[in-house]
Design a protein around this ligand. Structure first.
Ligand SMILES: [Zn+2]
Length: 346
């Protein structure tokens, strides 16, 4: 009786094939389920005589094995063919994932705006190397031998001494002015934007590198009045009409006379706030008439030509525009910070 059942079901199992998960599940329930055929036969097996059990036991076990193997093989094949989403149709009406575009760095936005303003006055843009020799960074610019800026504490030296003197990371973009004047004759009217390096501890207010924009105008009969009017125009364009300016006498090795320029605080409009330390004024740049020594160092006749120069930190201008309290934010590349300024300037 049991023998007959087994041979009948063996044929059925051998013949069984499907690629349908539902049919395979029906197969499992029919043969291997808790109320399935195999359970039923094992129950019948308990009643047979001990002599029969010996031979029948082996047959029954291999029958059970056959059903399990059939089920496992078909299940594996089915799973291999059904990759992720294989069952689900591709829905072409779903919205696409889209790509997020980047934004311009706030310093790049400010630099572009500054350049755009001076471009209207006929200034072009000049660039130079960030690794400079002593001549272009210091000597040609009238820095005396003992000037503190040459000290190890302020300058990153790459090499001390040697055939062409010290080699250092430039401490200002004035070196580009020297290179420009050495390469030709006036008139010169150019902006020099670029990264500069100072050996300072990094904090909210100081960094070992920052960005400058300098300007140089050299021609016949250039006067301090030209300098003042140029910079006055610049701040009206950058911070809006009605922005006041004032010049304070100062000293730089490469200009004579020299001045620092303040503007009425762009945050509080002169009423006094944290940014201007309640004074209503903030310093934004240094400037002056190019020292005749610098002109002569660069092969330009200082009796015939005169010029003015100015320089500002781009971070400083950006701070006054965006009220960014911590300089380190500019170089940390946190997209949450950088994305805020995408639409402020264009
Ligand atoms: Zn203020």
């Amino acid at each position: 009786m049991i023998q007959e059942q087994i041979s009948q079901y063996t044929e059925e199992i051998n013949a069984f094939a499907t690629s349908d998960a539902e049919q395979l599940e029906q197969f499992r329930i029919k043969f291997l389920g808790t109320k399935g055929i195999i359970k039923d036969i094992f129950d019948q097996f308990k009643a047979v005589s001990p002599e029969e059990k010996r031979t029948l036991g082996k047959v029954l076990n291999s029958f059970k094995q056959l059903a399990e193997e059939k089920y496992n093989t078909l299940k594996e094949t089915l799973e291999a063919h059904a990759g992720p989403g294989a069952a689900a149709q591709i829905d072409l009406t779903l919205p696409g994932e889209g790509y997020e575009i980047g934004s311009r760095h706030p310093l790049a936005l400010v630099r572009r705006e500054i350049i755009a303003i001076f471009t209207k006055l006929g200034f072009s843009v000049a660039e130079g190397p960030e690794i400079e020799d002593d001549w272009h960074n210091f000597s040609a610019l009238n820095f005396p031998e003992e000037h503190p800026a040459r000290d190890m504490q302020d300058t990153f030296f790459i090499r001390k001494g040697g055939e062409n003197g010290d080699i250092a990371l430039r401490t200002h973009t004035s070196s580009v002015q020297v290179r420009m004047m050495e390469a030709g004759q006036p008139p010169f009217r150019a902006l020099m934007p670029g990264r500069v390096y100072r050996n300072e501890a990094i904090s909210a207010r100081a960094h070992c590198f920052f960005h400058q924009i300098e300007g140089l105008y050299v021609d016949e009969n250039v006067s301090f009045a030209d300098l003042k009017q140029t910079l006055f125009y610049f701040v009206q364009e950058l911070y809006g009409e009605g922005t006041k300016v004032r010049f304070r006498p100062s000293y730089f090795p490469f200009t004579e006379p020299s001045a620092e320029m303040d503007i009425s605080c762009s945050i509080c409009k002169g009423d006094g706030c944290q940014m201007c330390k309640q004074s209503g004024w903030v310093e934004i740049l240094g400037c002056g008439m190019v020292d005749p020594n610098v002109l002569e160092n660069c092969g330009i006749d200082s009796k015939k030509y005169s010029g003015f120069a100015f320089g500002m930190g781009i971070e400083r201008i950006a701070n006054l525009k965006f009220e960014i309290k911590d300089l380190r934010l500019f170089s940390e590349n946190d997209v949450r910070f950088l994305k805020q300024y995408q639409s402020v300037l264009s």
